[in-house]
Design a protein around this ligand. Structure first.
Ligand code: GLN
Length: 304
């Protein structure tokens, strides 16, 4: 398949839509990004790579990091993890507090912020050097040793992180956060601040498209069943309260972040990452969703 031609054609079709979304200015360090940035990278299981635009430029991965911490937490707690966090779509915004009270401090799923704070708590308890081990894991998955936290972004989010602090404290009152809240928030803001390019992200999600094994070095990260579970959660919850619409339009499991990235996979085939920082009203990249819908429509490659 000539993915190269398709991704440049998609750009020509959507470039008139710059300006329809809005930057994530609630994190001050993300408010000054050039909103015209746009990149796409595709990595296939057979080792082919395609990229377009700003695909090599690093950006803030934000909630895409939740897939990495879910993988780390799942590796340790196995199926017991579902006692701490649910697996249903929330139908609410990513930073919402409302369901938590009705549901006794157990977040609906691992990808809303409340769920990711529980994952952060698990990683803090289960790993001896959580930040270093997260970075090593992401470096291994992406094959790029030059991946780091962006300390300015982490500090900027911490300064305004009142909602996440509220979520963490609220869950602690139900006993679903075991570590000190400040330590959990600090880890969470660091994981969200990781800087990666579309090329890094496409490569680092390939293990999920490959039944839990990193293609190339053949290292198994998850069992087939665990890899299925994480991919299924991406399909049902990866874009928050836009997950249903995204599944309808693009037909692939994906995970977004408010830095404007979306990574999606086609099992046994490829991982694709799009970056465009202007967000729609759900906090997902406006042009990212447009791009992925066109990608599966034009190629006929989707999970269905
Ligand atoms: N760090 C962001 C927050 O907690 C992540 C949200 C996101 O990317 N959807 O608000």
């Amino acid at each position: 398949m000539n993915y190269q031609e398709i991704i440049s054609k998609i750009y020509d079709e959507i470039k008139c839509d710059f300006g329809k979304g809005k930057l994530a200015d609630y994190i001050p360090a993300l408010a000054n990004i050039n909103c015209k940035k746009y990149g796409v990278a595709i990595s296939t299981i057979s080792g082919a790579k395609f990229n377009f635009g700003d695909a090599e430029e690093k950006f803030s991965i934000q909630s895409i990091s939740k897939v990495f911490t879910l993988t780390m937490a799942f590796c340790r707690l196995k199926e017991n993890i579902w006692q701490r966090v649910g697996k249903e779509p929330s139908g609410n915004p990513f930073n919402s507090l409302v369901q938590l009270e009705y549901e006794n401090g157990k977040p609906r799923n691992p990808f809303i912020n409340a769920g990711a704070l529980v994952l952060a708590d698990i990683v803090l308890s289960e790993y001896e050097h959580p930040q270093d081990q997260l970075l090593s894991f992401v470096r291994e998955l992406s094959g790029n040793e030059d991946i780091n936290f962006d300390l300015k972004v982490a500090a900027s989010e911490k300064e305004k992180g009142f909602r996440n602090a509220a979520l963490g404290n609220f869950m602690k009152s139900f006993g679903n956060i075991t570590n000190n809240i400040d330590a959990v928030l600090d880890f969470y803001f660091h994981q969200c601040s990781i800087s990666m390019s579309c090329m890094d992200l496409a490569r680092s999600f390939l293990f999920l498209a490959n039944h839990g094994i990193i293609p190339g070095n053949d290292k198994r990260i998850l069992t087939i069943s665990e890899s299925k579970r994480i991919s299924s959660l991406m399909l049902t919850c990866g874009l928050y309260d836009e997950s249903g619409d995204f599944a309808f339009r693009a037909g692939m499991p994906g995970k977004s972040g408010v830095g404007g990235g979306i990574v999606a996979i086609i099992p046994k085939e490829l991982a694709i990452c799009v970056w465009s920082p202007e967000l729609d009203k759900y906090g997902n990249s406006y042009l990212g969703v447009e791009t992925l819908e066109r990608f599966t429509t034009m190629t006929g490659v989707s999970i269905f």
